[in-house]
Design a protein around this ligand. Sequence first.
Ligand code: SF4
Length: 171
Amino acid sequence: MSNGIIIYRGPSILDGSPIVVIATGLGSGSSNRKTGALVQTWILREDVSPIEAIQNGADVSICGACPHRGRIEGGRNVGRSCYVNVGQAPLNVWRTYHRVPLANGKPRAGYPEARPDELSAMFAGRLVRLGSYGDPAAVPVWVWQSVMAQAAGGTGYTHQWKDASPDLAKW
Ligand code: SF4
């Protein structure tokens, strides 16, 4: 997963557990920018792999009360209807973040961390998906405000309308 950057690392707004948000597809000067591809943002438990998190319920920190999470019965998830295949991009991004070695033993590169005051310029002119995995309401709204300040547009969905900042509705 190239061109990734950490845009937030800190407590979840939903339950205070550690989360991390990584944007991929930024690729300044790359074909991504020319084709106007969506920048993806992955909202993950920092300390629990996304696969484990859906099996033990730790994904509540990033997905809140979303009905698509399914429920935990007998130590495993049943009834999950989320459209995101967590074993693909979310797991790959989480492993890259933690520099988990590849199958051939080579380390993954990890991601650099953006300063909050860099975010607006980084996303300028881009189309951004807020929460390619995870609910944007889990992330402090200042992160999205910075990301969207100069962006061309954004798309996202939250299931936490009752609890989410009204500022999220703009995107
Ligand atoms: S990724 Fe989105 S749709 Fe899927 S369980 Fe989380 S909040 Fe719900």
